[in-house]
Design a protein around this ligand. Structure first.
Ligand code: N01
Length: 544
């Protein structure tokens, strides 16, 4: 194997690197590993590449980061060549882009599709990871990279009677490839997160009647999607390199939004209204959060933005009871993932759409013919579960990962994730994560986060090659400090106030710990660079 000269003491491995996942993270990992001269093989459960963008085919599925930003940055040629038709990419457009990249870099041949990794076991004596798959494969490599995604474990709540429903049922994250025609059907949809909010206007156009079961109202801002403005595309492409570089110096990994200079409470009510109105007109979530410096730090400041959004909801939704139900009141704006919509609130003005208050009249069970709440029974031909994911830790915990006695991922993460930088875990040598918990991944432009992580991992492996190391492990003390630091950073913000999937709050019994790093991409990248400059501070290398 090429990974390092001293590995001649190791038994022969099948590959230098095993990659788990064939989405944006897995593909970029393959690319970088091959650039290092390493042999790598990726294993992907889906029948195609693309990860999130392969599975989430529900109507209306679209990215909430602008398409000129939401793309790989490593190839100037690629970003110049590619044309995005819309301001925000649709799922088919993004999947087409991913497939194009895979073909262009000739990566398909390194991915085993339709293959789910079941176990990953480390043998300390040989310094090898061995995986087993649902296809019966047993494959070994000294390094394993988990590019398993943060929102890749779809979840349907354990409603009594679920299996007895006689109509059609779908989860937004497992949408049939051939699409679904709801024309003339009575449809119920459970969930009003991003997936629900994006699909509801489309379902409403087809269904005979659509009942929307909302447990928690969310803050939803206009996307203002539009066909790509050619002049905007030209300007963006002319400055792509500078923009990509500048993105690393921003909190959310996206350049081009002028940072705010003052707090909401320092502004007059008129100034606040003017700022929010301008951002509302512009569309987008980061731009809105950038109205003032303190929106995620100070409850009173946050209330001014929340009040603005609630006023807009009341303006659009004609039925006042429905409007009040749609007004979020239980969390500060921005502390759950902000949702971008097209025609969501307007949809509730249609005669064939009814909002059901699943907070005060909770869903009690699924019946053979529909849904029963504490108030009444509804009859449906189809139920759509837009009920989210076991986020951030679900995909990793689904794999039986073991690195020796006492080092099983399920016990290590029993009280929430423990990582160093979201990239490695103490006790799990040579196992890397791409945008793992306690990294800024989900709180940033995901593809930038992927590239930054994979570049860090490639840097580690390059360092090991040149120094003759065979084994890298995060130090327990460095991990403990990182976990504590993450918590301190999060507690200084309003984020932990929301019952969000960031907190594990959407899964009954999941530990309540704020999982993403929210100190900002700029700070995180600086910390990573400092760690490398100090000879990979917090990591221990050895020859075997
Ligand atoms: O999932 P969610 P999602 N009874 O967890 C409800 C990304 N994404 O798939 O809030 C009744 O946000 C639950 O209610 P509550 C994005 O990061 C991005 O929509 O728990 N309701 C909630 O309304 C996003 O944040 C894009 O009270 C129940 C919903 O189901 C993340 O994926 C598009 C329930 C789940 O919402 C997840 O979004 C799509 C129950 N027992 C997704 N259990 C874009 O880029 C759950 N719910 C635009």
């Amino acid at each position: 194997m090429n990974a390092n000269p001293s590995s001649s003491t190791r038994p022969e491995a099948d590959f230098d690197v095993i990659v788990v996942g064939g989405g944006l993270g897995g593909l970029y990992t393959l690319y970088r590993m091959r650039e290092l001269g390493l042999t790598a093989r990726a294993f992907e459960a889906g029948s195609g590449l693309g990860g999130t963008w392969f599975w989430n085919r529900y109507p209306g599925c679209r990215c909430d980061v602008e398409s000129l930003e939401y793309s790989y940055s490593f190839s100037p040629e690629l970003e110049q060549e590619w044309h995005w038709p819309d301001r925000y990419g649709t799922q088919p457009q993004i999947l087409e882009y991913i497939e194009h990249v895979a073909d262009r870099l000739d990566l398909r041949k390194y991915v085993a599709l339709n293959t789910r990794v079941l176990t990953a076991t480390f043998d300390s004596a040989t310094t090898l990871w061995t995986i087993t798959t649902d296809k019966g494969d047993t494959v070994s490599a000294p390094y394993i990279v988990m590019a398993t995604g943060n929102l890749s474990t779809p979840r349907v709540p354990d409603f009594p009677g679920l299996s007895r429903f006689q109509g059609e049922s779908y989860h937004t994250g497992l949408w049939p490839h051939e699409g679904v025609d709801f024309t003339g059907k009575r449809v119920g949809i459970i969930g009003t997160g991003s997936s629900g909010v994006q699909s509801i206007p489309y379902l409403a156009e087809q269904a005979k009647h659509l009942h929307v079961f909302q447990r928690t109202a969310n803050f939803i801002l206009p996307a203002r999607n539009a066909p790509m403005d050619p002049e905007r595309e030209r300007r963006h492409k002319a400055t792509y390199r500078e923009r990509r570089k500048a993105a690393y110096d921003t909190p959310f990994g996206i350049a081009g939004y002028p940072p705010p200079s003052k707090g909401a409470l320092e502004a007059t009510p008129e100034e606040r209204d003017a700022a929010y109105t301008a951002k509302w007109g512009e569309g987008g979530s980061i731009s809105f959060l950038y109205s003032f410096t303190d929106l995620l730090l100070d409850q009173q400041a946050n209330d001014t933005a929340a009040d603005f959004v609630r006023a807009r909801i009341r303006e659009v939704v004609k039925d006042s009871r429905t409007a009040e139900l749609l007004c979020p009141t239980d969390h500060p704006i921005g502390t759950k993932r902000l949702i971008l919509d097209t025609n969501y609130y307007e949809t509730f003005n249609r005669d064939n759409v009814t909002l059901v208050d699943a907070r005060n009249t909770p869903i009690e069970c699924i019946t053979p013919t529909g849904i029963r709440t504490s108030e009444t029974s509804y009859q449906f031909d189809a139920i759509v579960f837009a009920t989210g994911f076991d986020a951030m830790t679900g995909a990793l915990r689904e794999i039986d990962i073991r690195a020796g006695a006492g080092a099983e991922i399920t016990s290590k993460w029993a009280d929430g994730p423990h990582t160093y930088l979201g990239i490695m875990m103490a006790g799990f040598p040579n196992l890397f994560m791409v945008t793992g918990p306690q990294s800024p991944g989900v709180k940033s432009q995901m593809i930038l986060a992927i590239e930054q992580h994979v570049n860090f991992i490639a840097g580690c492996l390059g360092h090991m090659q040149s120094e003759g190391f065979a084994r890298i492990e995060a130090d327990q003390e460095a991990e403990d400090r990182w976990v504590q630091y993450n918590d301190t950073v999060a507690q200084a913000t309003l984020y932990p106030k929301a019952n969000s999937w960031y907190m594990g709050a959407n899964i009954p019994g999941k530990p309540r710990i704020f999982m993403p790093y929210v100190g900002g991409v700029h700070t995180y990248c600086q910390l990573c660079n400092d760690i490398v400059a100090k000879g990979y501070d917090g990591f221990t290398f050895s020859a075997i």
